[in-house]
Design a protein around this ligand. Structure first.
Ligand code: AMP
Ligand code: GLY
Length: 435
């Protein structure tokens, strides 16, 4: 069968790479893809350039004319724009939440009201469109406090304010100066939560869920979790913080009430569902955010560990029979290091030649994101350029293998963290890893 993956990042390269390994798949098309998918490193694949991920009619036309049997959506923008609704109305099989279901990510106010209504643990919050009322709320609650744009802001809509002054400035930027456009026309202001973050991603068929392996991202640009927030500079799976007890609690207290609560509200949630968690010192999980898609870079290590046929899992999700399957995982740890372009995350430089990429092996794969092929030469074309992802018998072994490969890659101005996996390595005594 022919599969279409929508998106152009490392997440989509990893999804395409895993889907191409299904014996049932003949071709994976990636639209618009990147330099890695164009080079055929996903196996039998092709890149469809010059199509935007939010040009839904063009994508539906493409799926129809190319005889695509199944479409898998990577990023949130097409989901929030209703790609699943349009494909379904045209009789095309597609995996992802509808526009209504994607509101869990596309509106933080929707997500917070939903969580309050269904008793799902999350920080206390209120939503404002009036700046004076928002300032007043910050004055009453004090700092630290977190100010979030309601809508999609490409990872730039959250201000974790250590002081009230920072919170007031963020409110003015969004509600008065309109710096985030419509996305910042309303702000959610919530209490600061302390603890350790983890990413908990499941597949949902609207009723049942299948938990994917746990993972942990590194959001800050520089070693030691310093520097500005980014889309993610590296990730590993499993995340030892997610012990069997915490795993069970997250499913029972957050994931299942979410899928069942959406169904009770008349919105069936089908697709990947990502809960960003804060786990406090006592091991109680709280929901920082929902994403209606897989994470990037979390997908890269997760896909390297997945042994089951991803097409089968997706078909069970589309048929409402996820309770009949289990996912099989490589017992080893997978760890991915992101190499970013000069200038990332503000204004990434493009056009730097990328050289000396190591060949993919069974336990080390280079997933592409901001790359493109220009006259046969691979050059940088975006902020996050590559995720070098490796398997190892321990976090340390996976880390060593990934960094050995990272050391070979050359492009001008490259930035990467040298400490991906530090939390898992510094965990004493080590918790029992659990998927
Ligand atoms: P979000 O997009 O809502 O996940 O926020 C982005 C990042 O901001 C998270 O990954 C956290 O690091 C941080 N953050 C968000 N909400 C909170 C909160 N209530 N308390 C502490 N940190 C937060
Ligand atoms: N790595 C965080 C995200 O995908 O939202």
């Amino acid at each position: 069968m022919k599969i279409l993956v929508i998106g152009s990042g490392g997440r989509e390269h990893a999804l395409a790479w895993r889907l191409a390994r299904s014996p049932r798949v003949t071709t994976v098309l990636v639209a618009p893809g990147n330099g890695g998918t164009a080079r055929g490193t996903t196996g039998p694949s092709a890149r469809i350039r010059n199509v935007s991920t939010t040009d839904i009619d063009a994508l539906a036309e493409l799926a129809t004319t190319m005889g695509v049997a199944l479409t898998v959506v990577g990023p949130e923008a097409p989901l929030a724009a209703g790609i699943v609704d349009v494909f379904r109305s045209r009789g095309l099989r597609i995996f992802g939440p509808t526009q209504a279901a994607a509101q869990l990510e596309s509106s933080k106010d929707f997500a917070k009201r939903f969580m309050k209504r269904h008793g799902i643990p999350t920080a206390e919050s209120e939503t404002f469109s009036d700046a004076a009322a928002a300032h007043d709320y910050v004055n009453r609650r004090g700092a630290p406090i977190v100010v979030k744009a309601d809508g999609l802001a490409a990872g730039k809509g959250v201000m974790v304010a250590q002081t009230s002054a920072e919170a007031h400035a963020a409110i003015d930027a969004m509600l008065v100066d309109n710096r985030m456009g419509d996305a910042g026309a309303r702000v959610v202001i919530e209490d600061f939560l302390d603890g350790e973050e983890a990413s908990f991603i499941v597949m949902s068929d609207g009723q049942h869920v299948l938990a994917l392996a746990s993972s942990q991202d590194h959001k800050r640009l520089r070693d030691g979790d310093a520097g500005p927030n980014t889309g993610g500079m590296g990730a590993y799976s499993p995340a030892p913080i997610v012990t069997p007890t915490i795993h069970a609690r997250v499913l029972r207290e957050i994931i299942l009430p979410t899928v069942q609560g959406m169904a009770a509200d008349g919105i069936q949630y089908t697709g990947f569902l990502y809960a960003g968690l804060m786990i406090d010192a006592k091991g109680s999980p709280s929901t920082l955010e929902f994403n209606c898609r897989m994470g990037d870079p979390e997908t890269q290590p997760i896909m390297l560990r997945l042994k089951s046929d991803l097409v089968d899992l997706i078909e069970h999700a589309l048929d409402g029979t996820l309770d009949e399957v289990e996912a099989e995982w490589d017992r080893r740890t997978a760890l991915g290091v992101v190499l970013a372009a000069a200038g990332y995350p503000d204004v990434p430089r493009r056009g730097d030649p990328v050289m000396a990429l190591p060949n993919d092996t069974e336990d080390c794969v280079v997933f592409h994101a901001g790359t493109q092929l220009v006259d046969g030469q691979l050059v940088t074309s975006g902020g996050r350029v590559l995720t070098v992802t490796a398997l190892g018998d321990s976090v340390r072994a996976a880390q060593r293998r990934a960094y050995d490969a990272v050391a070979q890659v050359r492009f001008a101005g490259q930035q990467y963290r040298t400490d991906i996996g530090h939390r898992a390595m510094n965990r004493r005594p080590p918790a029992t890893p659990r998927d």
